[in-house]
Ligand binder design. Structure first.
Ligand SMILES: C[S@@+](CC[C@H](N)C(=O)[O-])C[C@H]1O[C@@H](n2cnc3c(N)ncnc32)[C@H](O)[C@@H]1O
Length: 239
């Protein structure tokens, strides 16, 4: 057993025991150049997700206007970042933050000289602060990797970064329909390797926001309910 100490907690009773496979699984993936290089290939993502990752990236791109000022929480594999960088064009701004130095370095090399609008920065999404507000915040396949308290912090941090009428777009797992043949396979996979993912089956992403009523929420699901796009749009002030 490994141990996970809840952030900002001094109370020993709040130390949560975590199985080692949680830490092991993600560091095995994100701290390894070889594994990252392999999973970064678009055809590998297409095979593993049966093409769903492509559809989800297009669904994300529909929410991003040209020339927008955009921040993304967490680096992704495949061509999701390319797609959004092209949609934004060189008149916009695209900042991708990640708390893993290896992933930042990998992407700085991968995208070197390709898109002037694209920048990478090593930072923790749960406490990222900025003087300027963004038109869009992207949170693509990140929440399912985080324990509940971090989910709340990351959702709140994303919502804090958008200005009036700005949007936060969450792409992530969702509770598959009862008739979805993959439902039980995914449940087994999650229980073995992604124990925080099932929390997204139990409640909507809006339930993780402390100021959810400041936003209007819209959700679309895909692939028999397996994935979701949840969009939070900041409401204009009543006066
Ligand atoms: C965005 S998810 C992408 C998941 C999946 N591999 C994909 O491509 O769809 C994984 C990335 O998020 C980063 N990450 C995890 N927690 C983070 C945090 N609190 N702040 C910033 N980046 C984080 C990881 O270092 C990793 O590079």
């Amino acid at each position: 057993m490994g141990f996970y100490k809840m952030e900002n907690s001094t109370d020993k009773n709040q130390i949560v025991k975590l199985p080692l496979n949680i830490k092991g699984f993600y560091s095995w993936l994100y701290d390894s150049d070889k594994m990252s290089e392999f999973f970064d290939k678009q055809y590998v993502n297409d095979i593993l997700t049966l093409g769903a990752c492509r559809q989800l990236s297009y669904e994300l791109a529909r929410e991003i206007p040209m020339n927008a000022n955009v921040i993304q929480f967490g680096i992704t594999f495949g061509n999701q970042i390319d797609l959004i960088a092209r949609k934004i064009t060189s008149y916009g701004k695209y900042l991708v933050i990640d708390n893993n130095a290896k992933q930042i370095k990998r992407c700085e090399n991968k995208f070197y000289g390709l898109y002037p609008q694209l920048k990478f920065e090593k930072a923790d999404a749960s406490r990222f602060k900025s003087d300027t507000k963004f038109d869009r915040v992207i949170c693509y396949n990140l929440l399912h990797e985080l324990p509940p308290l971090s989910k709340i912090k990351v959702v709140d941090s994303a919502l804090n970064l958008v200005g009036p009428k700005g949007k936060v777009i969450f792409i992530d797992y969702h509770n598959p329909s009862k008739w979805n043949p993959l439902r039980y396979f995914i449940r087994m996979f999650n229980r073995l390797f992604q124990p925080f993912a099932e929390k997204l089956w139990e409640r909507g992403i809006d339930m993780y926001a402390t100021k959810s009523s400041d936003f209007s929420w819209r959700k679309n699901t895909y692939w028999g309910g397996m994935y979701q796009k949840t969009v939070a749009t900041r409401k204009s002030k009543p006066f």
